[in-house]
Ligand binder design. Structure first.
Ligand code: NDP
Length: 281
């Protein structure tokens, strides 16, 4: 059946837990944009088919979540520079010329840290834990934030080293020192430690040297939920202040809304409402 209002969706597997329909409904009400946003659970081997079917029925765009960001990257006809750099797509827009792929995760992270949490990143040292899709998506916006240094640490050390190598030229251009490897490559205390691993999903702590954490460190877990994560508790015990990824979720959604509608929603009140809805402070 063809869709009558402008229709958007989040496509993933699983996707029932996604807060995106709620967030975009708030954005639409706030901006007066006439749209509808739903969840679509794609079969694990059927992401492309689900997207094509959605587009054929008149869908205007979609968010892509775990585990399909690489499939969406492969399916896009054109890419934004940040999606091309990340090698992953979390936002698709249906254009006259085909599917436009973007990645709003990294800019969402940086806006949450700088805007919502009030920490200007320029000149700071960041320890980035993880080398998967979320870490890749974060690197271009982090480099554009004029950091002094980024160290990438990953369980599989070679993936962190490869990621550092992939972004080496850009890092040199913006004057940011960039390295990657196993836990031994991170030395001293960092201003920001970002957990971009999936370890919090299983209640585990990623391996890294606790010396990275100090009283002036912001320990940021991209994961979010009703409870604080093991990583956040560990960081608090080492004197750091902490944040979860709920702000990143809302900010990446606000950027996706802008990509689709050309209108920038106000995100701060939506984040506060969502936090209250989830019973979080
Ligand atoms: P990927 O599957 O692409 O990457 C997973 C990464 O986590 C890899 O670096 C992997 O290491 C590492 N990892 C997995 N399990 C463990 C563990 N037990 N201990 C240490 N490292 C581990 O996932 P994504 O990058 O897409 O997502 C990562 C996290 O970011 C998830 O928690 C996701 O929910 C969150 N996220 C949040 C967003 C938000 O808006 N707040 C947006 C996007 C992601 P290895 O290479 O060794 O396998």
């Amino acid at each position: 059946m063809m869709l009558t209002v402008d229709h958007y969706a989040v496509i993933g597997n699983p996707v029932h837990h996604s807060q995106s329909p709620w967030i975009h409904a708030r954005f639409a009400a706030q901006t007066g944009e006439n749209l509808c946003y739903t969840r679509l659970c794609a079969p694990l081997d059927g992401c492309a088919e689900t997207i094509r079917d959605f587009v054929a029925r008149g869908g205007c765009g979609c968010n892509i979540t775990v585990p399909f960001k690489l499939d969406a990257y492969a399916l896009a006809d054109t890419l934004s520079p940040r999606a091309a750099a990340a090698g992953a797509v979390n936002t698709l827009r249906v254009d006259a010329g085909g599917l436009y792929g973007d990645n709003t995760d990294g800019v969402g992270l940086v806006r949450d840290i700088e805007g919502n949490l009030g920490l200007a990143l320029a000149g700071h040292r960041v320890l980035l834990l993880g080398a998967g899709g979320a870490a890749r998506g974060a690197l271009l916006p982090l480099l554009q934030a004029k950091l002094a240094e980024i160290v990438i640490v990953n369980r599989t050390a070679e993936r962190a080293a490869e990621l550092a190598h992939h972004f080496a030229q850009l890092a040199a251009e913006v004057g940011c020192q960039l390295s990657g490897g196993g836990e031994a490559v991170a030395r001293g205390t960092f201003d920001v430690v970002i957990n971009a691993t999936a370890s919090s999903l299983t209640g585990e702590l990623p391996l890294f040297d606790a010396c990275a954490l100090g009283a002036n460190t912001l320990a940021y877990d991209m994961m979010y939920g009703a409870q604080e994560t093991v990583f956040m508790h560990y960081a608090q015990r080492h004197g750091a202040s902490t944040a979860d990824g709920l702000g990143m979720l809302v900010e990446q959604a606000a950027e996706a809304f802008f990509v689709w509608r050309g209108v920038r929603p106000e995100s701060v009140s939506v984040l506060a409402e969502l936090r209250a809805l989830l019973g979080r402070k």
